[in-house]
Design a protein around this ligand. Structure first.
Ligand SMILES: Cc1cc2nc3c(=O)[nH]c(=O)nc-3n(C[C@H](O)[C@H](O)[C@H](O)COP(=O)(O)OP(=O)(O)OC[C@H]3O[C@@H](n4cnc5c(N)ncnc54)[C@H](O)[C@@H]3O)c2cc1C
Length: 240
């Protein structure tokens, strides 16, 4: 599939300093939940040394007739242009890529471990699984500083009620800076937290996505807990 033009339909704040951008989906544009695209600004009003292209996981599921990407709004030229964009803005995207997608064997549970905006590939996967009534047991651990920073929190909590195969475990690592109430987990994902929510650590397939330091840290937790390295898949959000 060649590079294609898509149009911004609307923007949405999905957590503090975090935006979702909903684009048109070209006819025939197929992808698997968990895959990513390279998105390029066309003749942007400003640019910087990092250029006009970013990789984004597709946060929307294939059953929806739109393409959503979501990002922390840091102060790069690329993100300033997106933040100020009006509906109708055209960007180009290339073919969807990557194999960070749900394994086929439904007897093996999937454990998703998201650091911050690393939630995006998992959001597509769990929404499609809910839509398809997929038989896989899915656990999603999502780690953020505060509930205010947690993208898609309401929808994830709703999905947990909708899909009996889906368990959501959110953890907040800096509740001292929050004004919200939180009764769930706090602190970093470690062996103790995993053991509180999983019947066994060996056997599931683990997927980790987020900033490279978080991915490396959680991977070490799993390896130290004797999880088979063949059962660990990772997606580094380089640039964070
Ligand atoms: C497969 C994949 C999927 C991704 N999905 C998402 C997503 O869903 N949402 C999201 O917000 N981000 C995602 N990212 C990261 C995204 O592409 C941007 O890098 C990130 O959003 C930071 O962009 P920025 O404009 O804020 O900072 P930038 O201006 O891009 O750069 C921030 C810093 O990171 C460094 N940097 C930039 N790119 C790289 C690189 N490739 N390797 C090492 N260092 C680098 C820069 O030199 C700079 O110091 C994904 C990345 C990959 C590879």
């Amino acid at each position: 599939m060649a590079t294609q033009i898509v149009k911004l339909m609307r923007t949405e704040e999905i957590a503090e300093g975090t935006m979702a951008f909903h684009f048109t989906r070209p006819p025939g544009f197929e992808f698997r939940p968990g895959q990513s695209i390279d998105m390029t600004l066309v003749d942007p009003p400003e640019t910087d040394g990092e250029g006009n292209t970013r990789a984004f996981s597709i946060a929307s599921p294939p059953f929806e007739n739109q393409l959503t990407v979501a990002t922390r709004m840091r102060d790069s030229a690329f993100k300033r242009v997106l933040r100020n964009a009006s509906p109708g803005l055209e960007v180009t995207i290339d073919s969807p890529g990557g194999s960070f997608t749900l394994h086929k064997n439904p007897t093996k549970p999937a454990i998703f471990l998201a650091g911050g905006i690393g939630i995006t590939p998992f959001f597509s996967i769990v929404r499609q699984a809910d839509h398809d009534h997929a038989p896989h047991k899915l656990h999603l651990f999502c780690s953020n500083r505060r509930p205010e920073d947690t993208p898609f929190l309401d929808i994830l909590q709703w999905l947990e009620k909708s899909n009996p195969n889906f368990k959501l475990i959110c953890t907040m690592t800096d509740m001292t800076k929050s004004t919200k109430e939180w009764k769930g987990e706090t602190g970093l994902v470690d062996k103790g937290m995993l053991s509180r929510h999983l019947t066994t650590l060996q056997g599931p397939i683990y997927y980790i996505a987020g900033p490279p330091a978080m991915v490396a840290g959680v991977r070490k937790v799993l390896v130290d807990a004797n999880v088979d390295e063949d059962d660990i898949r990772t997606e580094d959000f380089a640039g964070y």
